[in-house]
Design a protein around this ligand. Structure first.
Ligand SMILES: Cc1cc2nc3c(=O)[nH]c(=O)nc-3n(C[C@H](O)[C@H](O)[C@H](O)COP(=O)(O)OP(=O)(O)OC[C@H]3O[C@@H](n4cnc5c(N)ncnc54)[C@H](O)[C@@H]3O)c2cc1C
Length: 379
């Protein structure tokens, strides 16, 4: 007999959500985390993560986002933690840019409230930000931000409260499926479970060799600026995405506290990294790029950088998700780290992973996130 029904490996955004959903269903679940929850070498730390409904990447994500919002609110109720702030979000660029055109298309298709502001209206309402005369902003009132460290902690609190076992600081070294279940080998022990969910973020390919050379961790840098001006605080300023076409997409969160305004560029310089090495230091080129953006777009913050950190995205082809059983292996469920835009979905990804591990499938729309779809994207 197995010691547990389901073992979850990796307790970042995705694994912590999965084990919470499993435990709430009365499933005997155990979670392994090599380090500690929301640590600085994973992808689920750094104060804030943006969330929005009008998904420019693909309107097909919107039903999952509705479910994610509901699940975040349910997690707040269950844990007592404040996790989701709905403040509104600005998605900025030229009208034909991917972010603006895609957000409007997504909002129109799904009947989501939104407002399009031209550069003059933006200057009046959000004076910290500078737009080019031919740019617009889509203001989506349902957008906002999540608190990643608190969200991971809340999911784990719910999981433990419902009877899950957590092994923190215990790295899984191998998973061996057989006819009766799966043996999970760790640095310290060996555990049997009927099913296993692998949600190991940048290290996903260590336990899922099928993803070697496909799931690519890259270096990401974010910086904080503390201008002495209230127009960069939440309210006078909103969280934003800004599409500079060939210059890339930037994101930011207004000052929420003493750390100030946070700014980054999606996928940064697309530099591959080895997840087993310490994060490479922030360098002059990183800072020059972010400072240049701030000088052009949020000039009041120029010269007020106070901190910058390196962290990790893990990219898949098509910048998409992978949520599926390992082909030919119904005992192993794989959850990819979601290509730099997955945090907002973690609350529903946890539900999906629990469905896959316990029911063998899910009613939620994840057809685009299968191994077969991944193969098709790789051409
Ligand atoms: C700077 C930055 C900004 C982002 N902004 C946004 C945003 O605004 N909105 C959004 O939706 N998303 C955003 N993302 C993406 C989002 O944060 C990630 O998609 C998400 O956090 C990935 O979570 P994860 O659980 O897959 O990985 P992780 O959080 O990295 O968790 C994986 C865990 O597995 C553990 N582990 C690894 N190997 C083993 C092993 N062998 N045994 C046991 N444990 C193991 C690791 O220690 C780690 O804790 C951003 C990411 C970054 C880095």
């Amino acid at each position: 007999m197995s010691d547990f029904d389901v073992a979850v490996i990796g307790l970042g955004a995705m694994g912590s959500a999965a084990i919470a959903h499993l435990a709430e269903r009365g499933i005997r679940a155990i979670g392994f985390e090599a380090k500690f929850p929301a640590h600085g070498l994973g992808s689920s730390h750094g104060d804030t993560r943006l969330i929005r409904l009008g998904y420019f990447e693909d309107p097909a994500y919107v039903p999952l986002l509705h479910r994610a919002y509901a699940n975040w609110r349910a997690l707040e109720a269950a844990s007592g933690a404040e996790l989701l702030t709905v403040s509104g979000i600005l998605q900025i660029g030229r009208p034909d840019s991917g972010i603006v055109a895609g957000t409007i298309a997504s909002c129109e298709l799904h009947g989501l409230p939104h407002e399009v502001l031209d550069a003059a209206a933006m200057a009046r309402r959000f004076p910290a930000m500078r737009l080019e005369p031919d740019e617009v902003a889509v203001l989506e009132p349902q957008g906002g931000f999540l608190r990643p460290e608190a969200a991971v902690t809340a999911h784990l609190k719910v999981a433990v409260g419902a009877g899950a076992v957590l092994r923190l600081g215990e790295k899984v070294t191998a998973i061996e499926p057989d006819d009766a279940g799966v043996t999970i080998e760790t640095e310290h022990s060996r555990v049997r479970a009927r099913k296993v969910i692998v949600a190991t973020g940048p290290w996903i390919a260590d336990l899922v060799p099928a993803l070697v050379g496909i799931a690519q961790p890259i270096r990401q840098v974010v910086a904080w600026y503390t201008p002495d001006d209230a127009i960069t605080t939440l309210g006078p300023m909103l969280p934003f995405l800004l599409d500079e076409a060939e210059g890339g997409s930037f994101f930011g969160v207004p000052a929420l506290g003493p750390d100030g305004l946070k700014v980054g560029k999606h996928a940064h310089f697309m530099e591959p990294i080895d997840p087993d090495q310490p994060n490479p230091q922030v360098n002059d080129a990183d800072l020059a790029m972010l400072d240049d953006f701030v000088t052009r777009r949020i000039p009041v913050a120029t010269g007020h950088r106070r901190a910058a950190i390196t962290c990790r995205y893990t990219m898949l082809p098509g910048e998409d998700f992978l949520l599926d059983h390992l082909p030919g292996e119904p005992r192993i469920v794989v959850a990819s780290p979601c290509s730099g835009h997955g945090f907002k979905f973690a609350s529903v990804v946890g539900e999906i992973l629990a469905d896959l591990a316990t029911e063998g499938g899910t009613a939620l729309p994840i057809g685009a996130f299968s191994f077969a779809a991944l193969d098709a994207k790789r051409g």
